[in-house]
Design a protein around this ligand. Sequence first.
Ligand SMILES: Nc1ncnc2c1ncn2[C@@H]1O[C@H](COP(=O)(O)OP(=O)(O)OP(=O)(O)O)[C@@H](O)[C@H]1O
Ligand SMILES: [Mg+2]
Length: 302
Amino acid sequence: MINQPIGALLIQNELKIVLRRSLTILDTPAEGYVARVICIANQKGGVGKTTTSVNLSASLAHRGRKVLLVDLDPQGNASSGLGLKKHEYQEANIYHVLIGEKTIADIRLPTSQERLTVAPATPDLVGAEIELVDAQRREYRLREAIAAVASEYDYVLIDCPPSLGLLTLNALAAANTFLVPLQCEYYALEGLSQLLTTAGLVKKNINPELRIEGILLTMFAASNNLSHQVVSEIQTHFGDKVFKAIIPRNVRLSEAPSHGQSIIAYEPKSVGALKYLELADELDKRVFADIQPPVFSEGPNA
Ligand SMILES: Nc1ncnc2c1ncn2[C@@H]1O[C@H](COP(=O)(O)OP(=O)(O)OP(=O)(O)O)[C@@H](O)[C@H]1O
Ligand SMILES: [Mg+2]
């Protein structure tokens, strides 16, 4: 290094600065970027919607993205699974947002994970479906609420309940895309056509930009032949709509919520954590490839 001509060193350093700056620009949302809103939906119960919402959110935040997770399930599992305490949101949660009493900015709460915020839910949310029956623009309530904060985030993820009622309709109306977790079991595809039909109707009548983000295979058991069959059938059927990352059955994933932690905080070296990080990587690369970064310019005298 000592013998290297000073000019070459300067050029190298200059190059490093330019490269670093270009990389930062490529990795930063374009100005005016508003969050990608992704709804995690499947009306089938227990397929891994909440596990995916929580751990994909945490994995994206771990990558440096700012994430809002909207708990839209009256079971409130995403809220409690991330360690929020009921008394903190009993009087201010997503139910109050849907009925128009509060905004998301009023009710969101930070989590122990940096960059991850939650709009929590309680069983009160069941009431919203009934109270909104005659309300005007009832299927746009969540969309309008998210629009007010979307510019503050890179991602907004919505954890849906296991039904195709007004709550899931609000989520599909608010979303850019929907992600469908499918359990690797014999009846995996059961109900999928109903979900796709509903999404099609929402796209036609309420939210023309709605697209499918992808199908996520969950609870894969490598030792089970059936799991392998289901994976290959779904991959053949849906091609590149299936995420390459496949979530294995992993006991750490089921333990984490009882500790009020995502898998990234609870057991970062577990195979469950690694696979959700892999999913976040796959998704994030795809989402940010969609965005045209501003052309980097040093100005006329550069
Ligand atoms: N990959 C996994 N490995 C092991 N257990 C898992 C995995 N994914 C989810 N589980 C467990 O399976 C159960 C159902 O998962 P989860 O709550 O995420 O499903 P869901 O689709 O959100 O359910 P619901 O329809 O009731 O909202 C939970 O107890 C969860 O801890
Ligand atoms: Mg759930």
